[in-house]
Design a protein around this ligand. Structure first.
Ligand code: FES
Length: 117
């Protein structure tokens, strides 16, 4: 029986499990991982369309559901940059939140937080 996989967040190494029937965004919400992290991973459409839940998978195997090419190019996907709401782990994963300029919503919320906003 597949009981899910261990997900490790980088940097910091915070770990949690993602159930066999969950996507990564559901797992993040279920475990309520550090409030700062949830603020950095906005929840939007939950269906791969809005692009706010960008992450980078550093290690491990996974498959994805349909993701908007407006937000995730083929090159992004090949490099492991994907949308958490569309990621289904097939092994333990190491991930990091995408705070790059390619995710303006995440970046602006992070900047606002750094400025006390
Ligand atoms: S929540 Fe919209 S793409 Fe993930």
């Amino acid at each position: 029986m597949n009981t899910g996989h261990r997900i490790t967040l980088a940097p910091g190494g915070l770990a949690f499990s993602c159930g066999a029937e969950e996507n990564l965004l559901q797992a993040l919400q279920r475990v309520g991982v550090a409030p700062d992290l949830l603020a950095a991973i906005p929840v939007g459409c939950r269906g791969g369309g809005c692009g706010v839940c960008r992450i980078h998978v550093r290690a491990g195997q996974f498959h994805t559901g349909r993701m908007s090419r407006k937000h995730i190019s083929e090159a992004d996907e090949e490099a492991g940059t994907v949308l958490a709401c569309r990621v289904f782990p097939e092994s333990d994963l190491e991930i990091e939140v995408d705070l790059s300029a390619a995710n303006p919503i995440t970046r602006s919320s992070t900047i606002a937080k750094q400025q006390g906003g």
